[in-house]
Design a protein around this ligand. Structure first.
Ligand code: ATP
Length: 367
């Protein structure tokens, strides 16, 4: 465990809505002080509901929520010092940027002079000085977001909760805003909990990623950890672009070999460090770990032989869909430019140490 104090703890938290929808199931989660935690998962997996329960906008059906060890499960939002930034930003559009920033402070009856000073200082830090007198309805999206974040920060929350705040942005601007969000975390030193369904966003922003599925945590870890050591088939398939290849495999105990018939390749099981040897397994290999090679080679690497089905060049890499001799399509990510065309024969080699193996019945990793 890290040396940081746990700021928020969710203990076996479940949320069942009135219509019977189970949005969150027995969720355990520790959020450490100062961390940038991303809740990541497909639509409907319970990310927003979890965030709203931390904010106090929803209450758990069962389970407890703690803030610095104090039980806050049923506290109203205003008692929690959790600041929520919504996807829509929820600004007062008829008010100026200044008045939006000042709103919460005024409501808390902070003396006028202090309001002015604090709004000015926040505006300076978020580069909003030039638009303080402009109406919120007239500023652009990225400015709106800075206003929303600034307004929330001025309430001095213990934790900043952000629900897909970059959804409205186009790709280029989205990238810029990510950089900015990350730098704000350093600048303001706040704990952040950030909901996204975009793995790239979670990977670039999060110190820790909580991969959720069906209202439960699948895996929690640092970005590199969930990428390199996915503990379930779901995480392995969800994190990484293009997604990991999954090759059904049969284990021949007497020969000590694992055969992936669909890919037309077999490997020595002793190179895989299996926790258990099952008759049927699923072998995962990242597209980036499949590299074009000579058809036969003295390097001893296993080889998948097949024909190119589809070529998708991107700036730095090219994605190849390859129909293996065994009938399965595998995907490889190779450096661009890569000259090939559909129908061309191709051989892909890999290092057995890059393979991850799963139990197809429990869907958990066994290597
Ligand atoms: P998305 O990114 O689509 O918002 P999410 O991971 O944030 O997904 P939630 O919004 O937390 O998921 O929703 C989890 C489940 O709970 C979904 O099935 C959703 O339809 C349901 N749900 C959310 N809010 C309510 C509500 N007020 N009443 C009933 N069901 C709800």
């Amino acid at each position: 465990m890290s040396e940081h104090e746990v700021l928020i703890r969710l203990e076996r938290v479940s949320k069942v809505f009135d219509d019977g929808t189970v949005a969150v199931k027995e969720l355990d989660l520790d959020i450490e002080e100062g961390a940038f935690v991303c809740l990541l998962g497909p639509s409907g997996c319970g990310k927003t509901t979890t965030l709203r329960m931390i904010a106090g906008l929803e209450h758990p059906t069962t389970g407890e929520i703690y803030l610095r060890g104090e039980r806050i499960t049923h506290w109203p939002p205003q008692r929690r010092k959790a600041g929520m930034v919504f996807q829509s930003y929820a600004l007062f559009e008829h008010m100026t940027v200044h008045d939006n920033l000042a709103f919460g402070l005024k409501a808390r009856r902070v003396p006028r002079r202090q309001v002015r000073e604090r709004v000015r200082s926040m505006a300076r830090q978020l580069e909003l000085d030039d638009v303080l007198r402009v109406r919120a309805s007239r500023v652009d999206l990225s400015t709106m977001q800075r206003v929303a974040v600034g307004r929330t920060l001025l309430a001095e929350p213990d934790v900043l909760l952000l629900d897909e705040p970059l959804n409205n942005f186009q790709a280029g601007l989205r990238e810029q805003m990510r950089v900015q969000l990350k730098s704000w975390q350093y600048q303001f030193g706040r704990t952040m909990v950030y909901v996204t369904h975009d793995q790239e966003e979670a990977m670039t922003l999060g110190d820790r990623i909580v991969v959720m599925r069906d209202g439960q945590v699948e895996q929690i870890g640092e970005p590199a950890e969930v990428y390199r050591y996915p503990t379930t088939l779901f995480v392995a398939g969800f994190i990484g672009l293009p997604p990991m290849n999954f090759l059904p495999a049969r284990f021949d105990a007497s020969a000590g070999r694992l055969t992936m018939a669909g890919a037309g390749v077999e490997v020595d099981a002793s190179s895989l460090r299996l926790d258990r040897a099952l008759e049927e397994m699923v072998v995962g290999v990242r597209p980036g770990h499949l590299s074009p090679a000579e058809e036969e080679g003295a390097d001893g690497r296993p080889r998948i032989r097949g024909r190119v089905e589809l070529v998708r060049p991107t700036a730095a890499k090219t994605i190849l869909d390859v129909k293996a001799e065994g009938g399965q399509t595998v995907r490889a990510l190779v450096p661009s430019p890569f000259s090939t065309a559909p129908g061309d024969p191709i051989t892909l080699a890999f290092e057995p140490r890059h393979l991850v193996v799963f139990d197809p019945s429990t869907k958990r990793r066994i290597s």
